[in-house]
Design a protein around this ligand. Structure first.
Ligand code: A3P
Length: 345
């Protein structure tokens, strides 16, 4: 009898202990997983964060779950007003370049407590149908944020679409524009790989890269091939410069963002007039992925989706050489215009 009672007591103690540990772990996870737990400090001039605008910690504690509810459309108007949350037009846009590392850049900038990302590519300025819906439609696509925070969106098609610079200029002529580039031939192959994967998923066949990149009649680089055209960065940038001065652009080295992301992110923080808040702690190398992943805090970390960092098909070296030679003069011009030199061959 006594033995039975002792066993029952032990069982009860075990259950209570488990509950206590469970609750403790839950609390650690809740507090630990708060976005932007790092204390905020005043952000100078441009984005207008003043001392008195600091977010109380309690508000931060709410933020993660609440923003999630807002995105799902479950929050009441009162809740939104109470939290002083707003949907703001972007103060900076990652306009391209496709396959340059636009997603990695956006996600990494989102580590900053004063940055809120638009998760989806909105395609407002490059898609006539969306553009016709008006600027309010665009604003409503933006995530909720605190007034002192800045919203950033990325739609890489903006960089190469004719109408976009004028449209963005009409929205905000002083907007900050981010362009992330990679060595042009590598970018073109990455672009091809993405399309190839899409075809394979649909069980379709596709041409080899060599066949698309080289014109079989002239044996020269096929400038009609979109993946090649997109990599002629200077041509696209020149169109943008008809509307915006070069000071409004910041060029990110996409190849360096892969191998050494922090210094690249620090340059962007500076360009955006944000206090330096992204640190080495926020970025850790994941050997399995072969890429840096993101650490928000002790509990919450993530790597980019598997569609980022695909294995490229092998490409004939003579084609690579031809492409590199082709891009060379355009690259020189790009360095000259942007004032940023890359070690591209
Ligand atoms: P690959 O798939 O060719 O390797 P985008 O987001 O503009 O489509 O760019 C995709 C590219 O981002 C990938 O191209 C990958 O190399 C690069 N990239 C940069 N940093 C990365 C990271 N931390 N994780 C995964 N991919 C990253």
């Amino acid at each position: 009898m006594l033995f039975k009672q002792q066993a029952l007591l032990r069982q009860k103690l075990f259950v209570l202990g488990s509950l206590a540990i469970g609750s403790l772990l839950y609390l650690v996870a809740r507090v630990g997983s708060l976005d932007r737990l790092q204390p905020l400090c005043p952000i100078d001039g441009r984005f207008g964060l003043r001392d008195q605008d600091e977010i109380p910690l309690r508000a931060l504690q709410f933020k993660r779950g609440l923003l999630h509810e807002f995105r799902k459309g479950n929050a009441t108007k009162e809740q939104i007003q109470l939290q002083n949350l707003v949907q703001q037009l972007p103060k900076a846009i990652i306009i391209g370049v496709r396959k340059g590392g636009t997603r990695a850049l956006l996600e990494m900038l989102n580590l900053h407590p004063a940055v809120v990302k638009a998760s989806q590519e909105i395609h407002f300025f490059d898609n006539d149908e969306n553009y016709a819906k008006g600027i309010e439609w665009y604003r409503k696509k933006m995530p909720f944020s605190y007034p002192h925070q800045i919203t950033i969106e990325k739609s890489p098609a903006y960089f190469i679409t004719e109408e976009v610079p004028e449209r963005i200029y009409k929205m905000n002529s002083s907007i900050k524009l981010l362009i992330i580039v990679r060595e042009p031939t590598t970018r073109a192959i990455s672009d091809y790989t993405q399309v190839l994967e899409g075809k394979e998923r649909k069980n379709k066949t596709y041409y080899k890269f060599e066949k698309l990149a080289i014109d079989p009649n002239t044996c020269e680089v096929n400038t009609k091939y979109k993946a090649v055209r997109t990599s002629i960065y200077t041509k696209h940038l020149e169109r943008w410069l008809k509307y915006f001065p070069i000071e409004q652009f910041h060029i990110v080295d996409g190849d360096r963002l892969i191998t050494e992301p922090l210094p690249e992110l620090q340059l962007v923080e500076k360009f955006l007039n944000l206090p330096p808040r992204i640190s080495q702690y926020n970025l850790y190398f994941n050997a399995t992925r072969g890429f840096y992943c993101l650490r928000f805090n002790i509990v919450f970390n993530k790597c980019l989706a598997g569609s980022k960092g695909r294995i490229h098909p092998e490409v004939d070296t003579s084609v690579i050489t031809k492409l590199r030679k082709f891009f060379h003069p355009f690259n020189q011009k790009f360095y000259q215009i942007t004032g940023r030199t890359f070690n591209w061959p």
